[in-house]
Design a protein around this ligand. Structure first.
Ligand SMILES: [Fe+2]
Ligand SMILES: [Fe+2]
Length: 166
């Protein structure tokens, strides 16, 4: 099998995904410094890197299944992040006295449980004709159904910090 190519696709997918998020953050910064034109450029290139990342993901063997399989994969990934990955990251950050980083990891870990719960729910009523809207906390990533809560149950952020994602 073309092992190098599989490895390179995984590498390129990770690199382009990172570039997309990084450019988005650069765009926000440019906006806050009063450079809207530069912000638009960063956003456009961020979107372009996402195009690359998605194309590589589609080319990677077995990474995208049916929707039923994908929900199961997404659910398992959330559980793994919650019980295996984040606890180690939190511990390392604490051991090195990086409390702000430890706190960020802790918030993410707590939110992964919620993500898993939403996937579980989706698995159960995949065929049910239910319309749900999702509001995402822009501070910690908590996802609320149908409305923005007054305060985020994980990080306490106010209602205005929630974004409707369609
Ligand atoms: Fe998650
Ligand atoms: Fe939050």
């Amino acid at each position: 099998m073309a092992e190098k190519t599989e490895r390179n696709l995984a590498y390129a997918f990770a690199a382009e995904s990172k570039a997309a998020i990084r450019n988005e953050a650069f765009a926000k910064k440019a906006d806050s410094e009063g450079y809207p034109q530069i912000a638009r450029l960063f956003r456009a290139v961020s979107d372009a890197e996402s195009v690359h990342a998605r194309r590589y993901l589609l080319l990677m063997r077995g990474k995208i299944g049916t929707t039923e399989e994908n929900i199961e994969t997404a659910f398992q990934n959330e559980i793994k992040a919650n019980v295996e990955e984040y606890p180690r990251l939190i511990k390392d950050a604490s051991d090195e006295g990086k409390e702000n980083v430890s706190k960020a990891f802790t918030l993410s870990r707590d939110v992964e449980t919620r993500h898993a719960e939403l996937y579980k729910k989706a698995m159960n009523d995949m065929l049910a004709d239910r319309e749900t809207e999702y509001y995402v906390c822009q501070v910690c990533g908590y996802v609320n159904e149908d409305k923005a809560p007054d305060n985020c149950p994980v990080c306490g952020a106010v209602k205005g910090k929630f974004k409707l994602v369609t």
